[in-house]
Design a protein around this ligand. Structure first.
Ligand code: THU
Length: 127
C-alpha cells in the first residue's frame, strides 16, 4: 500500500461524505500497521456539533474492530489539500504520535507530515 493508493482510497471514501450543512466533503484512509486500511468520511448532523470528521470516522472504525496501531493516514477534501483539524490531530495522537499524514491537492502532489509535527508537544496520558 503506497501513499498514492491510500490517497485514492481516501478520495473514494470522500464520495460517501454526508455533509449537507457545510457542503464540504472530506475523505480519509487510515493504514494500520497490520496492513489493513480503514476509510472514513465526514458525517454531519442536524445537531451541528454532533458532526464527525473523516479522520475520526476512520479511526473509530479501526479501534472498534480491535485495531489500534497505525502507520499512515491519507486525507483529502473536495477542494483538494486539507490537513486534519485540531480535534482529529489530538484524537489520532492518542494512538499514533508518529503517524504519517499524507495530504495534497492530487495524487501527484502529496506531502507527508508527521502527526507530531502537526501537533507539537501533544497531550497523551501514560497507559
Ligand atoms: N472536516 C473533516 O472531516 N476533516 C477535516 O480535517 C476538516 C473538517 C469536516 C467537518 C465538517 O463536516 C466539514 O469538514 C466542514 O468543516
Amino acid at each position: 500500500m503506497d501513499d498514492r493508493e491510500l490517497y485514492r482510497m481516501a478520495k473514494k471514501a470522500m464520495g460517501y461524505s454526508f455533509s449537507p450543512f457545510s457542503r464540504f466533503k472530506v475523505g480519509a484512509a487510515l493504514l494500520a500497521k497490520d496492513g489493513r486500511v480503514f476509510t472514513g468520511c465526514n458525517v454531519e448532523n442536524s445537531s451541528y456539533p454532533a458532526a464527525i470528521c473523516a479522520e475520526r470516522t476512520a479511526c473509530v472504525k479501526a479501534v472498534s474492530e480491535g485495531v489500534t496501531e497505525f502507520d499512515t493516514i491519507a486525507v483529502v477534501s473536495q477542494e483538494g489539500a486539507v490537513t486534519p483539524c485540531g480535534i482529529c490531530r489530538q484524537f489520532l495522537y492518542e494512538f499514533a504520535p508518529d503517524l504519517r499524514v499524507v495530504w495534497g491537492s492530487d495524487e501527484d502532489h502529496l506531502t507527508v507530515t508527521k502527526l507530531s509535527a502537526l501537533l507539537p508537544e501533544g497531550f497523551r496520558l501514560e497507559r
